[in-house]
Design a protein around this ligand. Structure first.
Ligand SMILES: Nc1nc2c(c(=O)[nH]1)N[C@H]1C(S)=C(S)[C@@H](COP(=O)(O)O)O[C@H]1N2
Ligand SMILES: [Mo]
Length: 345
């Protein structure tokens, strides 16, 4: 399915080659190596020209050998977050930043713990249980969950509730595809997600300091889950997901605070009642179910009006204004019509 969404936050049509899939373009360009440099293909604008380079993510190590079904080469760019008035604002973070500064409490509470300890996670083989209010549930091998859909690249902002943010190029499929295939019953109103629970693989699940009642749980309203922006990611930067980013499959909900984007998912349940997510359970006065990015509703202990865009440094803190719904207002504001967003934080 081809989503043609052309709203404020999407890349201008002129910035992507129509239907283009820079990987395909890349292969084409490799085929004409040597001519590539100054080649002016009709309709090719800056972004496409950039993406025609030999490798769009040159600093990215190959990492885990991708499974046979992981066909990044065929992934199409379906979304690129750009603020038209400030196109330089949302540059993709270096791979090193996205993989060395993480929140993944199953491996510890420091930002560098996931990079240090997540190698013990075994992302293959992997199964996801799809259950609850569905007609076609079951225990589904990752391949069977993902490969009926075509991988897409989505370049999204990720805005953590702690007021830092990054722009990350994900590879994944719409969550809506998986839900449609499961064929929800009329009772299904919410989607509940669960992370793997295995202290052998996730060392901090064993620790006495753990505040979270494992496994990590998240949830979405069914219409949020079906929104075309909502992604199940299996890769980033053109390769399989590194363990610290939630291998082998994680949620990405770009208009919500990062904690909604649950990692290393083993269970997706369609349910009747609103799930209690882990952070809400831990501190309900600070973290709610909705967790929509909102610069006007502060966290009780800090302002949400601005964010630190990573990478940054002491000399260049890179503080920028936070956008309503993280810049995806055109696509999602209608989901919350008539709701008091102060009350439903
Ligand atoms: N299972 C699980 N998922 C999780 C978390 C976690 O601790 N455990 N942290 C969340 C938070 S707070 C953020 S900001 C993002 C961070 O994603 P990243 O490390 O890939 O940038 O993952 C989210 N998903
Ligand atoms: Mo976060």
């Amino acid at each position: 399915m081809l989503i043609k969404i052309r709203r404020r936050s999407e890349v201008k049509p002129s910035e992507i080659t129509p239907e283009s899939v820079y990987w395909n373009r890349r292969r084409f360009m490799q085929g004409v190596a040597g001519v590539g440099a100054g080649l002016a293909l009709p309709g090719l604008s800056h972004a496409a020209a950039v993406s025609s380079a030999a490798n769009p993510y040159p600093d990215v190590p190959q990492g885990r050998v991708p499974p046979a079904w992981f066909d990044a080469q065929r992934a199409e760019i379906k979304w690129r977050s750009v603020v038209p008035e400030d196109p330089k604002r949302d540059e993709v973070a270096p791979f090193a930043a996205a993989t060395q500064y993480n929140n993944f409490y199953e491996f510890g509470g420091s930002k560098d713990d996931p990079a240090r300890y997540a190698h013990t996670l075994k992302p293959e083989p992997w199964e996801v249980v799809v259950d609850g209010e569905v007609n076609h549930g079951g225990r589904i091998a990752l391949e069977d969950l993902v490969s009926p859909s075509q991988l897409e690249e989505r370049i999204y902002r990720l805005r953590c509730v702690e007021a830092w943010s990054m722009v990350i190029p994900w590879l994944g499929i719409p969550l809506a595809d998986v839900i449609r295939r499961a064929d929800p019953t009329r009772k299904a109103k919410y989607v509940r997600f669960e992370t793997l629970y295995d202290p052998q693989q996730m060392r901090a699940q064993d620790s006495a300091f753990g505040l979270i009642d494992w496994p990590y749980v998240e949830g979405l309203r069914l219409d949020e889950a079906m929104n075309p922006l909502t992604l199940l990611a299996v890769g980033m930067y053109g390769r399989v997901l590194p363990n610290q980013n939630g291998a082998p499959i994680r949620l990405v909900v770009p208009w919500k605070y990062g904690f909604k984007s649950i990692k290393s998912i083993v269970r997706i349940s369609l349910v009747e009642t609103q799930p209690v997510n882990s952070w809400q359970k831990l501190q309900p006065s600070e973290y709610g179910f909705y967790a929509n990015v909102n610069p006007q509703v502060d966290h009780p202990r800090w302002s949400q009006a601005r964010e630190r865009r990573l990478p940054n440094s002491l000399f260049s803190p890179n503080r920028i204004d936070t956008l309503m719904f993280n810049g995806y207002e055109d696509e999602v504001a209608s989901l919350y019509q008539g709701m008091d967003l102060r009350q439903h934080y």
